[in-house]
Each structure stands twice: as structure tokens, then as C-alpha cells.
Design a protein. Structure first.
Lengths: 127, 649
């Protein structure tokens, strides 16, 4: 792995197994380049992003699963590096909010339901 | 001299818009027609002042007057004329002046078309719009004046960020600003309605054209920005859930919800309170968008011009606008509420569902965008909320909403016939199932791609089935423009979904190290780097790579702009139905004579932009119809109405 870090070239060799390569590409979409403004390492051309891509592949080749690789990166760079925030105490409001809002909104809409007012505005199919 | 004249005109516009606010609100309150007329006249003066000031600023850019700080910092004598002009709003100060100009011009347009609006509502709306313009002008003149002098004047300017020197981007900011500021008009009309204490069908009729204008401009502006990102940033993608993209998407989502709820308010008199709230929130999102872009509180690839001090001033305007809006709403809402029931399977029911989905989706984008800030403020450390979050939350929410879409037009007002609607939609259901099965059986992609394409087919065939039914029922009589407008927008959404899902799921990409003469295999074709050379443009030097594949020649460039010491990439794109072939030339490797080359195949990406164009066209047709109705029919609808709608709030 150290050797992989020292070996600086612009490109990362694809993994021989297509399934592993697909996993690597999916993970690279979700890991943030630490030197860039707001880019995943899959897009960035920064040297560090290339190193991080190589690291993802090295961990996959070593047999780690996706969760282990995410933890590996967040242990070293903090949660900032993960575009998919891990579900924990600090982030559960974030993950639960959309569902709560949907339920609250649906509840409100359900309550507003009822008999339509007794008027006869033309029932014409118009905007 | 021109500079001082510009400053004077902007100051004149400020005085005029303050007077516009005073006269308008007073005239509305006292029912004084002379004060209202004075307010309308002030609106014309404010519009004249801002337009002339902006024209003088553009003139300073064209003449490269580097004694103006904003010109010196953002322009250069070598820049092509188009980008000298676009440079006038490609920076903070100029873009704020554009903001003021749009606000003043919309106010003047509204003032000059009173139509059948109640004079007091009309007068108050002009007044509120005057206050909005005045607020923006105070901020522009005192905190970020585009007419500030630079002494001594430099001989040469620092040039415009080369990434921004692009035709799509010359159009992107003005369209977005038209959309953002366009939402100030529904806001002003909503505030006027709240002061009035009466929000009825006439109110909705007055607000709808302005909602449509804002929504159309936002649609075009966002699509142009996305297209620019696609071919200019060299990443091969078109949407990144970047905070600044979200900042423009939230106003779009709320304008889209407002667009639909205003239809209910106009046609049925119901949902008035909700429509008002959306109009206030929509303008809030537009101000929040301006704040997020200008303050740099969020790390973004789009952070072109940031300054925290100014950000907080925009935040003050934001809090003020929302505070006034919500305060009035809380005061007046009890008077607005009226039992306005609806049954689930009706046009109203479908539109309520539309509003529920769009609002929750919009709130989700808001939470995802701001959560990193909140987490940091509460000491939870730095976190990132990126595309995976939005794909897991926004996408399913939106998908659920879109499943309901084809039912909407098929259900009548008050009480719809669900059975008949289902009967009309059988083909759409079959098409959706076919698309899903096709993906699962014929490709290696999973269930999310299958569901996405099924949704696209459902929308497209479902909206088509509605249109077909209307054409058949019309028996040769021309269909109402409204039907075409709605169908164009809904079909466009289907086209967009198919393009977005295809591009995201079936995109292929590959990086390669290539020397001239090398050939790589990519997506079933052999692509050869034929030669690498260099040439000189008007204000840049470029290194280009010429690629050949199957007899086609494509050229990708890397441009270096010495004035700003920046490099940009000009990708080579060969559009085709099977998928754009997209090639970006990267860095030359340090030792060997090879270049990094990135290759992408983006299937059906054109559909994304075609879909957006169709949505904008639908909006345009709807606007045309509202304009025609204004000329011809005084009553809400020329349909066989037994008695006029009495539904007030």
C-alpha cells in the first residue's frame, strides 16, 4: 500500500474483476476529494484524488467490503470525506427529516380533505 | 463622467422606488387614485434609472474603463466583445445591479398593466415591489457599488474567470436572475393581498403570469447552467447536487408548486392561504439563493465571487422579506381560512398531491444543503451531504409524485372519475411495465434503472394518452391552448426523466494515457489520438488533441488564459442517438510525451435538455394563453357557467 502511495502517475489501473471495478467506481463517486472544492475523487484530477482512488482499489483487492472502506476513509479524513453521511447521532435528523415532512404534509392534506364546497364553477378540463 | 452619471441614475432609481413604495401603500390604504398613479409613475422612473445605469455599466465594460474597480477586476482589453458585455453581470457588483434592474422593470410592467385588478390591490402590490427594489438598491449602492472608482487606474484588467467566457454562461446568470427576481412579483402581490385581507380568484389571476415568467426563466437558466457544466467543466456530468445548484433548484421547485396551486386558487378559490405562503417562501428561496452564491458559506465549485460581509447583508434582506411575509401571514391567515374541501380523486386532489410532493422535495433539498452548516454550528464537526443523500431521498419522493402526475389532467374538478382515468392510462401502465422488464432482462442494470425508465415511459405515454383523448374528443375543433401548454410541459418532464435516468445509469467512462498515434478501445469503437498541437486564440493559448474514430475527427482543447493564469478544458463532443461521445484532454504527464485523456459515452443526454426546452415551451404557451384571455374574456372562463364563481375566502 505504501508502494502504491509512492508510485505517482496520473492514472489508476482498473481492477481485473469487472464486478470489483464497478464497486470501485461506485465508491469513488461517494468519496470526496479532500483538496478540491466539492468534487468526488472520481472526477478530480488532483494528485491526492488519484492516490485516494488507488487506495480504494487496493482496499477492494485486499477484500474489504464497502462499509469497511468507508470507515477506513472516515477514520483518516473525518466524515467530511463521505458524500453519503453515515447514519449516527449527529446525522439522524438529516436522514429522518424527509420522511417526517412527508408524513406531516400527508397528514395535513388528509385533514383538509372533505366535501367540496357547494358551488358550480364549471367543471371544464382547463388549466 | 459616465460613471458618475450611472451612479446618479442608480441613486435616482433608489429615490423613485422609495417614493413608489410610499405612494403605492398609501394610495392602496386610502383609496387615493392620485397617489396610486404617482406610485405607478415612480415605478417607471425607477425602471428607467436602473436600466440606464446598467447600460452605462455595460458601456464602461465595452470601453474597458479600468478606472472602475469592477471593470479592472473582471475585464481585459483582449476579451471578445460578447464577454466584455457578459462581464458586466459576471461579477458580484454588476449582478446586483442587474437584480435591481429586473426588479424595477418588473414593477414598472406590473404598474402599466392594471387590467381588471382591484385598484387597491394593484396599488399596494406596486408599493411592495417598490420596497423590494429599494432594498436591493440600498444594498447595491452602499455595500457593493458597481460604480466605485479605482485610483490610480491600472493599464490592464484582471479579466473574467475564463470558465465563464462561454456563450451558455453569458445567458445563464441573466436568466436565473430573471427567475429569482421574477418571484418578487408574486411575493409583492401576495403581500398586497395579505394587507388587503382578501385573497380570491382575481388575486390568483393577477399573480399567475408572474409566477409563469419566473418559472420559465428559472427552467431555461438552470438548463443552460447544467449544459455549460456538462461541456465546460470536463467531468462528463450534468448535475452534481452542488450547494449553488441546489440554490437555484429550490426556487424552481417552489415556483413549480406555486404554479400549480395558483391554478387551484384561480379556478376553485381554494388553497388560497397555501398559495400565498408558497409565494412568500418562493421569493425567500430566491433571496436565499442569492445569499448562498454570494456569501460562500458553503464550499462549492461555483464559488466565483464571495465575500462574507456582503453575504450577511443579503441575509438581512432575506430575514426582513420573510419576516414581513410570515408576520402578515400569521396576522391575516385566520381570515383567509375557509373550509375548502376536496375529494381525493379530483383535479384538486391531484394538485394537492403535486404540491405535497414538490414541497417536501424542496424541503429535503434545503435540509441537505444547509445540514453541513447546522452540524458545524452545533459542534458535530464537518460533514458532507452529497449526491448519494439526494439520490436516496429526493429521487424516491419525486418519483412518487410523478407517478400521480398523469392522473391529474384526466380527473375533473370537484369529482373525478378514477375508473375512466385508469382506463385511459392502461397503455401507459403497459409501457412502463415493458420498459422495466426490458431493462431487467436485456441489460445488466438493476431495479433502480428499471423503475426510473418505467417512470419516464409512464409520464410520456400517460401525458400523450391525455392529449390523444382530448384531440379525439375535440373532433377537429382546435384544442384550447391550455391543453397544449400543459401537455408540452408534462411530456417534456417525461422526456427529461428518460434522459436523466439513461445518462446516469448507462454512462460509460474511461481514462487513458495516450501518446500521439495511440488507439484505445472505448464503448465498442477504436479511438485514435491523431495529433497534439497548439494554437493561439484572442486571449488564450491552447493545446489541442485531434482524435479520430470511424472517420470522424474530434478536437479537444486545453486553454490557458495568461491574464488570469487559469486553464480551462474545451471538450470534444460528438452527439449521436446512441450516446454522446465526450472526450476531455487532460494534463501532459511529467516525463513521457503522453496525455491523460478522459472518454465518456453519455447516452440520451440530449433528452435532458430537450425535456427542459419542452417544459419552458409549455410555460410559454400557458403565458400566451393568459395574455390572450386578458385581451378577450373578462370572466374567468368562457365555459358554460351557470352562475359566476362566488367562492371568496
Amino acid at each position: 500500500m505504501i508502494a502504491a502511495l509512492l508510485f505517482l502517475a496520473a492514472l489508476v489501473a482498473p481492477l481485473p474483476d469487472p464486478a470489483q471495478e464497478a464497486r470501485a467506481q461506485a465508491l469513488e463517486e461517494e468519496i470526496r476529494c479532500v483538496a478540491c472544492q466539492n468534487e468526488p475523487i472520481s472526477q478530480s484530477t488532483a494528485d491526492i484524488a488519484v492516490d485516494m482512488r488507488r487506495l480504494v482499489r487496493a482496499r477492494i483487492a485486499a477484500g474489504d467490503d464497502d462499509a469497511r472502506i468507508r470507515t477506513y476513509f472516515s477514520d483518516r479524513y473525518g466524515d467530511f470525506v463521505l458524500f453519503r453521511p453515515p447514519v449516527k447521532a449527529e446525522t439522524w435528523p438529516l436522514w429522518i427529516a424527509p420522511l417526517l415532512l412527508l408524513l406531516a404534509g400527508a397528514g395535513l392534506a388528509w385533514r383538509a380533505r372533505g366535501a367540496p364546497p357547494a358551488d358550480d364553477i364549471p367543471i371544464e378540463d382547463e388549466l | 463622467m459616465i460613471t458618475e452619471l450611472g451612479l446618479f441614475l442608480a441613486a435616482l432609481a433608489l429615490i423613485a422606488s422609495l417614493a413608489q413604495a410610499g405612494f403605492g401603500l398609501y394610495g392602496g390604504h386610502k383609496g387615493d387614485a392620485r397617489a396610486s398613479a404617482a406610485s405607478a409613475a415612480c415605478a417607471q422612473v425607477a425602471a428607467f434609472g436602473t436600466v440606464a445605469a446598467l447600460a452605462l455599466l455595460i458601456a464602461a465594460f465595452i470601453r474597458s474603463d479600468f478606472s472602475l474597480a469592477v471593470v479592472a477586476n473582471n475585464s481585459h482589453t483582449d476579451k471578445p466583445l460578447l464577454y466584455k458585455i457578459a462581464g458586466a453581470w459576471g461579477n458580484h457588483e454588476g449582478s446586483m445591479l442587474l437584480w435591481c434592474t429586473v426588479s424595477a422593470v418588473f414593477g414598472a410592467l406590473f404598474a402599466s398593466t392594471p387590467g381588471k385588478l382591484a385598484p387597491s390591490l394593484w396599488s399596494r402590490a406596486i408599493g411592495v415591489q417598490g420596497a423590494v427594489t429599494a432594498g436591493a438598491l440600498i444594498y447595491t449602492l452602499f455595500l457593493s457599488s458597481p460604480f466605485a472608482r479605482l485610483v490610480p487606474a491600472p493599464l490592464q484588467g484582471a479579466s473574467l474567470n475564463p470558465l465563464l467566457q462561454d456563450p451558455a454562461l453569458a445567458m445563464h446568470p441573466p436568466m436565473l436572475y430573471l427567475g429569482y427576481v421574477g418571484l418578487s412579483m408574486p411575493y409583492s402581490i401576495a403581500i398586497a393581498g395579505l394587507i388587503e385581507g382578501k385573497v380570491d380568484q382575481a388575486w390568483a389571476r393577477a399573480a399567475r403570469p408572474w409566477i409563469l415568467i419566473a418559472w420559465i426563466c428559472l427552467t431555461i437558466g438552470i438548463a443552460a447552467g447544467s449544459y455549460w457544466a456538462y461541456y465546460e467543466l470536463g467531468w462528463g456530468g450534468w448535475w452534481f447536487w452542488d450547494p449553488v445548484e441546489n440554490a437555484s433548484f429550490m426556487p424552481w421547485l417552489s415556483a413549480c408548486a406555486l404554479l400549480h396551486s395558483a391554478v387551484v386558487t384561480e379556478r376553485r378559490g381554494s388553497l388560497a392561504g397555501w398559495t400565498i405562503l408558497l409565494a412568500i417562501i418562493g421569493f425567500g428561496f430566491a433571496l436565499l439563493g442569492t445569499f448562498l452564491v454570494r456569501s460562500g458559506v458553503l464550499t462549492s465549485v461555483h464559488a466565483f465571487a464571495v465575500d462574507p460581509q456582503r453575504g450577511y447583508a443579503v441575509l438581512t434582506l432575506f430575514v426582513l422579506a420573510l419576516g414581513v411575509g410570515f408576520g402578515l401571514y400569521a396576522w391575516r391567515a385566520p381570515q383567509l381560512s375557509r373550509p375548502s374541501g376536496f375529494v381525493a380523486f379530483s383535479r384538486e386532489g391531484a394538485l394537492v398531491l403535486n404540491n405535497l410532493g414538490l414541497s417536501v422535495a424542496c424541503a429535503t433539498v434545503l435540509i441537505g444543503t444547509l445540514y453541513p452548516l447546522l452540524a458545524q454550528a452545533m459542534g458535530a464537526g464537518l460533514i458532507s451531504v452529497g449526491p448519494p443523500f439526494f439520490n436516496l431521498t429526493f429521487a424516491p419522493l419525486m418519483a412518487l409524485t410523478l407517478i400521480a402526475l398523469p392522473f391529474g389532467p384526466l380527473l375533473a374538478w370537484r369529482r373525478g372519475d378514477m375508473k375512466a382515468a385508469l382506463h385511459t392510462l392502461w397503455l401507459a401502465g403497459a409501457g412502463a411495465a415493458g420498459a422495466a422488464l426490458g431493462v431487467l432482462l436485456l441489460t445488466t442494470k438493476g431495479i433502480s434503472t428499471a423503475l426510473g425508465l418505467a417512470l419516464g415511459a409512464w409520464l410520456l405515454i400517460g401525458s400523450g394518452a391525455y392529449l390523444w383523448r382530448r384531440i379525439r374528443q375535440a373532433r377537429g375543433v382546435a384544442l384550447p391552448l391550455a391543453v397544449w401548454a400543459m401537455s408540452a410541459a408534462h411530456l417534456g418532464l417525461g422526456v427529461f426523466v428518460i434522459g436523466a435516468v439513461s445518462e446516469t445509469s448507462f454512462r460509460q467512462e474511461r481514462s487513458a494515457l495516450m501518446a500521439p498515434g495511440d488507439v484505445v478501445d472505448f464503448a465498442g469503437e477504436k479511438i485514435k489520438l491523431a495529433e497534439v498541437g497548439s494554437h493561439r486564440g484572442p486571449n488564450y493559448t491552447a493545446e489541442f488533441g485531434r482524435f479520430e474514430s470511424a472517420g470522424n475527427v474530434m478536437t479537444a482543447e486545453r486553454r490557458f488564459y495568461p491574464a488570469s493564469q487559469q486553464t480551462t478544458s474545451e471538450v470534444a463532443i460528438r452527439p449521436s442517438l446512441g450516446g454522446d461521445l465526450y472526450i476531455a484532454l487532460g494534463d501532459r504527464t511529467k516525463d513521457a510525451g503522453t496525455w491523460t485523456v478522459r472518454l465518456y459515452r453519455n447516452p440520451l443526454i440530449e433528452l435532458i435538455y430537450l425535456g427542459c426546452a419542452m417544459m419552458a415551451l409549455g410555460g410559454g404557451l400557458a403565458l400566451l394563453r393568459l395574455a390572450r384571455r386578458r385581451e378577450t374574456a373578462p370572466a374567468p372562463e368562457a365555459a358554460p357557467a351557470p352562475r359566476p364563481a362566488t367562492a371568496s375566502l
